[in-house]
Design a protein around this ligand. Structure first.
Ligand code: ADP
Ligand code: MG
Length: 325
């Protein structure tokens, strides 16, 4: 069992930033309005995620850390609306780190905690806790020293964590995110409205005040696929593609097709070594997209890639033209 979890962990948990991604997605699935992330040592020493979501009843704590136990699976695998659905994250993390899961639901008198170490779960113990859930992950990969060797140093791991939090936070403007700790990089993203104006404000929080003022709004729809967001004017381009944010049905993705479409749209106005800054949100019938390609859930496979590519290229070109570019 521990071995299977460690193999799964190798797929889901590549580095500290993957742990942060899984824990923050769990907090969002639990309806949190406020998510605090604290790290030390680039997340290798400590990752703590505190949320004010629904919490987990004490008697369900052992299930939450058991393999393939998820409270989120609906009958229709194509209709996945929550971010998590595999029930793999917590047991995987618990097989390669020391994990403490502390939680209290709204109607419970006190909180409860379960600790998972090297894949073994301890007893559920009562503890004082606020409503919501706190997950503490210490000494990541202590049980798999070979994996530790692949880490890039605490600075690089800390900045990967920052990028992950930014990437998720952009899709949830109404949620307050903080990132703090002994690591240099910190974030404080107060909640803003969950509408187009809120998105502009969150973009300013994440990319700097000048970005949304100079960005072009995107709004397009084709055969049931909707696209919205903002793209930079060519003079706001960057030397890397780090700030090309893309989301499919609210889920952050890193997708070759989307990246290629963006490159294609800017082909005539940007040199090859420059990259547009973009925040693009695609929404479509969940049955027309496969988010199940990789356990890290970053890749997507569209039923009709040509349609999606054409939609993105067309909408960006139109926005550039409307902006006189
Ligand atoms: P998944 O998210 O795929 O269901 P996880 O291993 O990430 O699997 O989490 C297992 C279960 O633990 C979830 O289905 C959920 O019921 C519970 N859980 C985990 N984190 C939280 C949280 N922050 N708040 C409430 N419930 C949580
Ligand atoms: Mg999850």
């Amino acid at each position: 069992e521990t071995i299977i979890n460690r193999i799964a962990a190798g797929e889901v948990i590549e580095r500290p930033a993957s742990v942060v991604k899984e824990l923050v997605e769990n907090a969002l699935d639990a309806g949190a309005r406020r998510i605090e992330v604290a790290t030390a040592g680039g997340g290798l020493t400590l990752i703590r995620v505190i949320d004010d979501g629904t919490g987990i009843p004490a008697e369900e704590l052992p299930l939450a850390v058991a393999r393939h136990c998820t409270s989120k699976l609906s009958d229709d695998i194509n209709d996945i609306r929550s971010l998590g659905f595999r029930g793999e994250a917590l047991p995987s993390i618990g097989s390669v780190a020391r994990l403490a899961l502390r939680s209290r639901t709204a109607d419970a008198d006190s909180g409860a905690e379960i600790v998972l170490e090297g894949g073994r779960a301890g007893p559920v113990r009562p503890v004082a806790a606020n409503r919501g859930t706190t997950v503490e992950v210490r000494d990541l990969f202590f049980a798999t020293p070979a994996r530790l060797k692949f880490m890039k140093g605490t600075r690089a791991e800390a900045s990967a964590i920052t990028e992950v939090v930014k990437r998720i936070a952009l899709a949830f403007p109404a949620v307050r995110f903080t990132l703090s700790g002994t690591d240099r990089t910190t974030l404080d993203l107060p909640a803003v409205p969950a509408d187009g104006e809120g998105l502009r404000l969150r973009l300013a929080q994440i990319l700097g005040r000048e970005f949304p003022e100079n960005a072009l709004p995107i709004e397009a729809e084709r055969e049931g696929v909707a696209l919205s967001g903002y793209v930079s004017i060519p003079s706001f381009s960057r030397g890397n593609a780090l700030h090309q944010f893309a989301y499919v049905n609210g889920r952050p993705v890193r997708d070759k097709l989307i990246a290629g479409a963006i490159r294609g749209a800017y082909m005539d106005v940007l040199p090859r070594d420059r990259h547009a800054v973009t925040a693009l949100f695609l929404s479509l019938n969940p049955a027309l997209v496969d988010v199940n390609v990789h356990p890290a859930k970053a890749d997507v496979r569209f039923r009709d890639p040509g349609l999606v590519r054409g939609l993105i290229v067309g909408a960006i070109r139109q926005a550039l033209e409307a902006g006189g570019i």
